[in-house]
Design a protein around this ligand. Structure first.
Ligand code: PGA
Length: 255
């Protein structure tokens, strides 16, 4: 089986002001680990400033969203080329606050994935079911559809630049977390699906992160599951000490 480098992302969402963003980035750089790939996703307006702090370190920079369009008359949007221009190497696509909160459909997210990959960015594609879908027993159908439709038309050579983040919607920012066993089940299913859409070695090499109320107290148990390769962290990524503890847990526990 492929040895996968653990990865932890810090999604700052619509938080911080310029001074705190720079301070948080400095702390993340100071705490960086050589065993774990760390990516921070600050608000778009602070990307350039955070880039100045992380540049030259092992901490990577990502945008929280990207337009599916190239540059042009698209008021309010940020293109993949612009993200790359300010030092981003990564981008989140399909975070539940956009997918469910803003109603972005799979077809749009697929266009964003392909545009970002074509621009040379690494994509973290977020998937996850709502509480009603989990309670209705349709979790597998929902996440597998998100994977299939999100990756439609993505060539196998691009998979090395892709990470999937499984984030049950009901666990994001709520303090509720999927049990390690439930999360592992979904991760294994996602890996199997990617294996059948592409091939087994590519699926084996793919990082699949868990997200949704990951904290220092639950990170190690989640990350020690076979198919969980790290985490996408919201709330706890705004606290440098908690984020460091989670990164350290990934270094110790991801297998
Ligand atoms: P949370 O957010 O850690 O605050 O639950 C996770 C995410 O939205 O990526």
């Amino acid at each position: 089986m492929a040895r996968r480098t653990p990865c932890v992302g810090g999604n700052w969402k619509m938080n911080t002001r310029s001074a705190d963003a720079a301070a948080l980035a400095r702390a993340v750089v100071a705490d960086a680990s050589s065993d774990v790939e760390v990516v921070v996703f600050p608000p778009a307006v602070y990307l350039q400033e955070v880039h100045e702090v992380v540049s030259g370190s092992s901490v990577a920079l990502g945008g929280q969203d990207v337009s599916e369009q190239a540059d042009g008359a698209w008021t309010g949007q940020v293109s993949a080329g612009m993200l790359a221009d300010v030092g981003c190497t990564h981008v989140l696509v399909g975070h539940s606050e956009r997918r469910h909160g803003l109603g972005e459909p799979d077809s749009l997210l697929n266009a964003k994935v392909r545009t970002a990959l074509e621009a040379g960015l690494s994509v973290m594609l977020c998937i996850g079911e709502t509480l009603a879908e989990r309670e209705g027993g349709t979790t597998s159908d929902v996440v597998l559809k998100q994977v299939r439709e999100g990756l439609a038309g993505v060539p196998i050579e691009s998979l090395a630049a892709l990470t999937i983040a499984y984030e049950p919607v009901w666990a994001i920012g709520t303090g509720l977390t999927a049990s390690p066993k439930d999360a592992q089940e979904v991760h294994a299913l996602v890996r199997e699906t990617v294996g059948s859409l592409y091939d087994v070695p590519s699926a084996d090499a793919l990082r699949i992160l868990y997200g949704g109320s990951v904290k220092p107290s639950n990170a190690a148990e989640l990350f020690s599951q076979e198919d969980i390769d790290g985490g996408l962290i919201g709330g706890a990524s705004l606290d440098a000490e908690q984020f460091k503890a989670i990164v350290d847990a990934a270094g110790r526990s991801c297998v």
